[in-house]
Each structure stands twice: as structure tokens, then as C-alpha cells.
Ligand binder design. Structure first.
Ligand SMILES: [Zn+2]
Length: 302
């Protein structure tokens, strides 16, 4: 996991900071939230259908939460909503809708089952069944209470009424955790507050240490770790500056926000490094000279 450093101080004058504060855009938030609630309700309905027909544990609460988080993050990128506090609050609402929906849809199904003729006759003979039939008018809370009261067997455990409520609470918490695991890091991704678009990863891959050092000196990073690095280049999809450049090693990483000119220079360095690597693979002969430029040129002229 790469440890990201704050934007390079020499370039912090570039505005807006892609990791900084973001404006609240009400229309985008409302569109995203409406979609989020619909998605959460849809997931709740689908998960109750699946657990009824197949295995109850097939879609665990954590899995449902992760899926919800993923869909919310995709929606957030599509709509261009970037205001963190509102996105996280909205995700909490969506996770609650999902957790409650997993009880609410079975309740609706249970309520819609009109008592059959046989049940009505039986109700006249057996008061306790009559009680069950009359509960077709039960509220959601009453339904939950009646579901919890007989207890529930969970594997080899027998849960009492309180245990069932606790189990539901833990399931709801697992949904929330699953959602948060995806949405919290997603909202921390770079965002352009000028045009209201999320940054996109434009290019990524591996580079040799020599190229990494050349990039590091361009963005005033000083000393960097030894060994090959992985790079990632970021850009606003609307074309605004600054661009982003990220280098990471096994246990550390750095990110800088750079102007377009520096970005173009870095792209050239990476292109040369990639050309050199390809030429090396194609030629299959090791060269003492690790300089990218001559190797690439030598292959092109052959
Ligand atoms: Zn932009």
C-alpha cells in the first residue's frame, strides 16, 4: 500500500488542489442520492429473493455492503458529485435503506398474502391461527417483533428474541462496514473542483529506477528508494491543470501535482523508458548502457 504525501510544496500554488476542499453541488448530490436510494432498495429486494430461493448465506451482509459501496462510487463518478461530507452521509442513508429493505420486502410479501379459505376456516377453529391471520394488518415494527419472538437457530446456536435483534444489528453493521470500505477511499480520490469532474488514471505501469530518479528530480523530491518503481499519471477529464504524477515502491509512494509542461516531460521520459524496455526484449541482448535514448534509437534505425 502506497503512502501518499501531500502535494509538492513548490506546486501547491496551483489551484484547485485535487485533494482539497470541494464545493457542494446540490443538483448533482440530489441526483446521486436518488439513484443511491433506488440502488439500495433494489439490492435489498434482490438479496431477499436470492436468499429465499438459494442459500441464506450466499449474499452475506458484508458482500451486499461492498456491492452497494461499489455502485455508489460508480454513480458518484458518473454524476460528478465530489463533496465528501454529503457523499458519506448519503452512503449512510443508502446502507440503512439496504439493511431495512432486507426486512421490509419480506414484510410486504408476508402482508400481501391474503389468508386462504382454508386458513379462514382454520382460524375459526383455532384462536392462535386466528391471531396469525389478523396480523395481516400488523405494522412493520410489529412484524419484526413477531419474527424475533420465536427466536432463530443460527447453525448450532439457538438465538432468543434479544439474540435475533442483536443478529439483525450486527448484519446491518456489516452492511455499513462493507459500504464504507469502498466509499470512504473512493471519495478521497482526486477531484477537479473547477469543472466538477473526477480525475482519471491516464496511464500506469512500471519504470526503471533511472527513469524514476529523473522524474523525482523534475518534481523536487530529493532522494527516492532504490529499485524499479510503479508510476501512475492522473488528469482531470475536463482537461484542467494540475495533472498528477505518482510513483510507488513496495512500501512507500509519492504523489505530486504538476503543471502541463512538467507532465509532458514526464510522459516523454516514460515513453523513452518503455521504448528502451521493448527494444531490450526484442533484441534479447543485455547492454551495459542503461541510457534509454540511444537504445531506443538504435532499434528504430535497424
Ligand atoms: Zn477540471
Amino acid at each position: 500500500m502506497a503512502i501518499m504525501q501531500p502535494p509538492s510544496p513548490t506546486l501547491s500554488s496551483l489551484q484547485p488542489n485535487p485533494l482539497g476542499k470541494r464545493r457542494f453541488r446540490p443538483l448533482r448530490f440530489v441526483v446521486w442520492l436518488a439513484g443511491a436510494i433506488l440502488i439500495a432498495a433494489g439490492l435489498a429486494w434482490a438479496s431477499t429473493q436470492v436468499s429465499e430461493r438459494y442459500a441464506p448465506m450466499l449474499l452475506t451482509p458484508l458482500g451486499c455492503g461492498l456491492l452497494l459501496g461499489l455502485l455508489l462510487a460508480l454513480g458518484m463518478k458518473a454524476v460528478g458529485a465530489g463533496h465528501r461530507t454529503s457523499l458519506l452521509s448519503g452512503s449512510l442513508v443508502a446502507a440503512t435503506v439496504l439493511a431495512a429493505g432486507q426486512h421490509y420486502f419480506p414484510y410486504r410479501a408476508w402482508k400481501s398474502q391474503a389468508p386462504s379459505g382454508a386458513a379462514v376456516i382454520a382460524a375459526q377453529a383455532f384462536p392462535e391461527v386466528a391471531d396469525r391471520v389478523s396480523r395481516r394488518d400488523a405494522s412493520f415494527i410489529q412484524y419484526l417483533r413477531d419474527e424475533a419472538n420465536p427466536g432463530k437457530s443460527l447453525g448450532s446456536y439457538e438465538l432468543g428474541p434479544v439474540g435475533v435483534w442483536l443478529f439483525w444489528g450486527v448484519s446491518a453493521l456489516a452492511i455499513l462496514v462493507g459500504t464504507a470500505v469502498v466509499i470512504v477511499p473512493a471519495t478521497r480520490a482526486p477531484y477537479c473542483d473547477r469543472c466538477g469532474r473526477w480525475y482519471q488514471s491516464l496511464r500506469f505501469g512500471a519504470i526503471d529506477n533511472q527513469t524514476a530518479r529523473a522524474i523525482a528530480s523534475l518534481v523536487n523530491w530529493g532522494d527516492i528508494p532504490h529499485g524499479d518503481a510503479r508510476f501512475r499519471l492522473w488528469g482531470c477529464t475536463g482537461g484542467c491543470e494540475p495533472d498528477g504524477c505518482e510513483l510507488s515502491w513496495l512500501v512507500s509512494g509519492r504523489r505530486a501535482w504538476i503543471d502541463r509542461q512538467t507532465m509532458n516531460t514526464i510522459v516523454k521520459l516514460i515513453d523513452l523508458s518503455a521504448a528502451a524496455q521493448q527494444a531490450f526484449k526484442a533484441g534479447g541482448r543485455p547492454t551495459a548502457n542503461q541510457n534509454a535514448q540511444p537504445t531506443a534509437d538504435a532499434r528504430q534505425t535497424e
